[in-house]
Design a protein. Structure first.
Lengths: 250, 103
């Protein structure tokens, strides 16, 4: 069958995902068992045509994910057998999600009203509004992130981006009012200002994300060091304290 | 006893001495993999089913895992299915999720 190798890979990927839900002791065995069934299903002469066999094989692989998620093991957090503690945590996340969605809906309603008013009543340009909205949304998002994480180079990039947007937009606005030069020139200046702003804010966002990752890694290292000091590793050489027993990457 | 479990036990009891692999049982019992394998794991934990790996083949294919009812498994399966049959004759059977630790 053409594409059999790729189908098997997809199936193996799915059963691999399913196996991750299982306790560590059963993971490898189950993966091998399920992966061994895939070529058998794909070559089953009782199922015709070949597309049906492929569908059956993929269905087999996909359903192992469901079965594994409902069983005991690390998947318990996402499955049907959740404890009271995780249910409380889930409820909290649901609350946070609902609040965020409500806030977003209110914000969008306000923005829609402003856009409607300006475009249909004051006859402003739609493209300008869309670009402004995107810039302001991005700026607000990065601003929130920076507010949560004070300090760092991200702040400077964010400031530079806002400055570029204000300078570009202000110059175009002023020139329009005073009637300097060709309007297209100042529209271009304004667009350039927004582009620089978007680029600066993207850099700021990247810096924030990178620093968050680094902090998490350092936190993990610190925690593992603390655990080692507390555990039996306290008795070993001082250099052992600085070994970082990270989980192997899967 | 749940209906899927009855189907699996019936599939095993068609030929109790024959080792069956997962896909074969899936076809015989008409169950999806997500239902069958957790059930087999549970039966194995209860020592009603035993499993063994196929010897590796020359073609480089992955070895499969075969399942078979144990002696105790055959006895329990026959008894449970007989009880279900007797219950069906008396009154409509209530099918539901098995309590943990029971069939």
């Amino acid at each position: 069958m053409r594409g059999e190798r790729w189908l098997l890979r997809v199936g193996e990927f799915l059963v691999g995902r399913a196996a991750r839900h299982l306790p560590a002791a059963a993971r490898v065995e189950r993966y091998q068992e399920w992966a061994a069934e895939l070529p058998v299903i794909l070559g089953d002469p009782e199922i015709k045509p070949a597309a049906a066999r492929a569908a059956r094989m993929l269905w087999f692989a996909a359903d192992t994910v469901r079965g594994a998620a409902l069983g005991p093991g690390p998947a318990r957090r996402g499955g049907a057998h959740r404890g009271a503690a995780s249910m409380g945590k889930d409820a909290r996340w649901l609350g946070v999600g609902a609040a965020l969605l409500t806030g977003l809906a209110v914000l969008l309603a306000i923005l829609a009203f402003i856009v409607y008013y300006d475009i249909f009543i004051c006859s402003a340009s739609l493209a300008g509004y869309v670009s402004s909205l995107l810039s302001y949304s991005l700026a607000s998002l990065v601003g929130c992130l920076l507010w949560r994480r004070p300090g760092g180079a991200g702040r400077y990039w964010f400031g530079a981006g806002v400055l570029a947007a204000v300078a570009g937009g202000g110059a175009a606005h002023l020139a329009g009012h005073l009637g300097w030069g060709h309007p297209l020139l100042f529209t271009l200046i304004s667009a350039c200002g927004y582009a620089v702003c978007a680029a600066c804010i993207s850099v700021a966002g990247a810096i924030v994300i990178r620093s968050a990752r680094r902090d998490r890694r350092l936190g993990m290292q610190e925690r593992s060091d603390r655990e080692q000091l507390r555990g039996p590793a306290r008795a070993c050489r001082p250099s052992c304290r600085f070994r970082m027993p990270l989980m192997p990457r899967r | 006893m749940t209906a899927p479990l009855q189907r699996v036990l019936r599939a095993f009891l068609e030929d109790p001495a024959a080792p069956r692999y997962g896909y074969d049982l899936m076809k015989a019992a008409g169950l999806p993999s997500g239902t069958l394998y957790p059930m087999l794991a549970r039966l194995e934990d209860q020592k009603l089913v035993t499993s063994a790996w196929e010897t590796p083949q020359a073609g480089g294919e992955r070895p499969r895992r075969y399942y078979q009812l144990t002696g105790e498994g055959i006895r329990v399966a026959r008894l449970e299915l007989a009880q279900v049959r007797a219950g069906q004759l008396r009154a409509p059977v209530r099918l539901g999720r098995a309590a943990p630790g029971s069939l």
